[in-house]
Design a protein around this ligand. Structure first.
Ligand SMILES: Cc1cc2nc3c(=O)[nH]c(=O)nc-3n(C[C@H](O)[C@H](O)[C@H](O)COP(=O)(O)OP(=O)(O)OC[C@H]3O[C@@H](n4cnc5c(N)ncnc54)[C@H](O)[C@@H]3O)c2cc1C
Length: 456
């Protein structure tokens, strides 16, 4: 055997697997294989000047490399079982929360000290939301911010690099089952290990599907969330964001009974492009450092779409809608809310005249040509509902960027140890379809490492 444990993917799932193994079983020989670069070499070429839009790099620096999709994220670690994944269904609610707190402690010890932990407990907004047919979900959220999140990752890498063998720019192509372990093959060779942790995140979803096909590991999938990113002056949501930082609010539409929810709220943040398998969608983040903050707050409004038989390709559906916006706008489209409800496109001059200054250079256009009517109707209804608790949300100058798509990896069949039908082959993090967040993905890494250390 070349290694006791091979970890595929250096996102939060992979990093916390490696971290925990080095702590509790330092004698083990561990390797991490990662498609992308080490942290300091991760750089997206879009500079807003010479390169304005995505040029489809071989490996996307935003999604891949040490830190995974979370490296340049807002670093919001939500400590809750109410959203961010269904890890608790496998390991129990108490254990899941305990591990999320454990991860939080590690982040604090690696540079996150002094960052704020917000909580919905005892908040007056819960009542105010309910009185307006909106539902605020329970959570505590540690906001590291993009800047501190980076420092934490840097410190974790410095600590791990002497104890773990990192193979960057080395995508794993295949996993082969051996009699007493696993062989992973990459362009530069093959490596054998006793135990293998697969933590390939969202960017590895297609590859994960291929592995499950090859190894006949059952999967299921049928959900995608589609919507827009809303951007408005920070003052409009300040009363909520000052107290809660992020509020996850759910609304059931009157017209269709669909659920629309807020997602990934970034006070004084910036809207950014995201590249998933070559398709440009929208996302957002914000900095802890006041000097880097903007005057706007952004958040997503998403509608969950579940499909029933015979249709199975929910991600393909989301991709097609995102492709449509890329076709019309050459990337992400931006539209003023006032233009949308008047049934007209936004033009460069209408955006220029807007009192809300966009933080992302996107193409002014018409989102009603992209989003299915039912989804768009739900979003408009929710904007009016939010206007009751945050007056100004439904202003003409509120900006909507489209499309935001939250792809869900198909759910890989694993047991309560997050172990596949093959003993010693674990599938964790967002790549398993079980987690959808930094805290849940990290917690799943700690969890399997403890299982492995016990077994070995
Ligand atoms: C812009 C942005 C902002 C976000 N903000 C937040 C936030 O504030 N809070 C939150 O909770 N979540 C946020 N998320 C989501 C969060 O980043 C993910 O939930 C989290 O990173 C999942 O961790 P993971 O380790 O499972 O996967 P990932 O972070 O996706 O890491 C997987 C790694 O595996 C590598 N990989 C893939 N395939 C292979 C292969 N075949 N061989 C080798 N390596 C491979 C990838 O390159 C990647 O580095 C955000 C995401 C984005 C894109």
């Amino acid at each position: 055997m070349d290694y006791n444990v091979i970890i595929i993917g250096a996102g939060p799932g992979g990093i916390f697997s490696a971290y925990e193994l080095t702590k509790i079983a330092p004698e083990l020989k561990i390797a991490v294989f990662e498609t992308g670069n080490e942290l300091k070499k991760r750089r997206c070429p879009i500079d807003g000047d010479k390169i304005k839009t995505c040029i489809n790099c071989k490996s996307c620096s935003i999604m891949s490399g040490f830190g995974g999709a979370g490296a340049f994220s807002d670093g919001k670690y939500n400590i809750t079982n109410d959203f961010g994944g269904t890890l608790f269904e496998y390991i129990g609610k108490r254990k899941a929360l305990e591990l999320m707190h454990y991860v939080d402690d590690i982040n604090l010890r690696h540079g996150g000290e002094g960052t704020k932990l917000y909580t919905t407990a005892g908040s007056k907004f819960k009542t105010q939301c309910m009185q307006n047919d909106l539902h605020l979900l329970d959570a505590s959220v540690r906001h590291l911010g993009t800047d501190i999140n980076y420092v934490v990752l840097e410190n974790l890498y410095n600590e791990l690099q002497d104890k773990v063998e990192f193979h960057f720019n080395t995508p794993v192509e295949h996993i082969e089952v051996l009699e007493n372990g696993y062989r992973i093959s990459c362009k530069n060779g093959a490596y054998d290990c006793e135990k293998c942790i697969v933590s390939v995140g969202r960017s590895g979803s297609k590859w994960m599907e291929q592995v499950c096909d090859e190894l006949q590991i059952p999967t299921k999938s049928n959900r995608v969330d589609i919507g827009v990113r809303v951007e408005l002056p920070a003052e409009i949501f300040a009363h909520l964001t000052d107290e809660l930082y992020e509020s996850k609010i759910v609304y059931r539409t009157k017209q269709y009974g669909d659920r629309v929810r807020t997602f990934c709220m970034n006070p004084k943040g910036a809207v950014v492009n995201e590249n998933t398998n070559g398709i440009i969608t929208v996302n957002g983040h914000s900095y802890e450092d006041p000097k880097k903050q903007t005057n706007n707050t952004n958040f997503a409004l998403l509608v969950a779409k579940h499909f029933s038989e015979p249709f199975k390709d929910s991600n393909g559906y989301g991709e097609s809608i995102a492709r449509l916006s890329n076709m019309l706008g050459g990337g992400v489209i931006v539209q003023r809310f006032g233009d949308l409800i008047r049934g007209r496109r936004s033009t460069p001059s209408r955006i220029e005249e807007s009192f809300t200054i966009p933080t992302l250079s996107a193409t002014p256009g018409d989102l009603s040509l992209v989003l299915p009517k039912r989804i768009l109707d739900g979003i408009v209804e929710m904007i009016y509902a939010l206007d009751k608790i945050a007056p100004g949300t439904a202003n003409d100058d509120t900006l909507l960027y489209g499309v935001e798509v939250k792809f869900y990896n198909m759910e890989v069949e694993v047991d309560e140890h997050l172990e596949s039908r093959y003993k010693g082959l674990y599938v964790i993090g967002d790549g398993s379809g079980i987690t959808h967040s930094l805290s849940h993905a990290s917690a799943s890494g700690v969890y399997v490492s403890r299982m492995i250390a016990e077994g070995l």
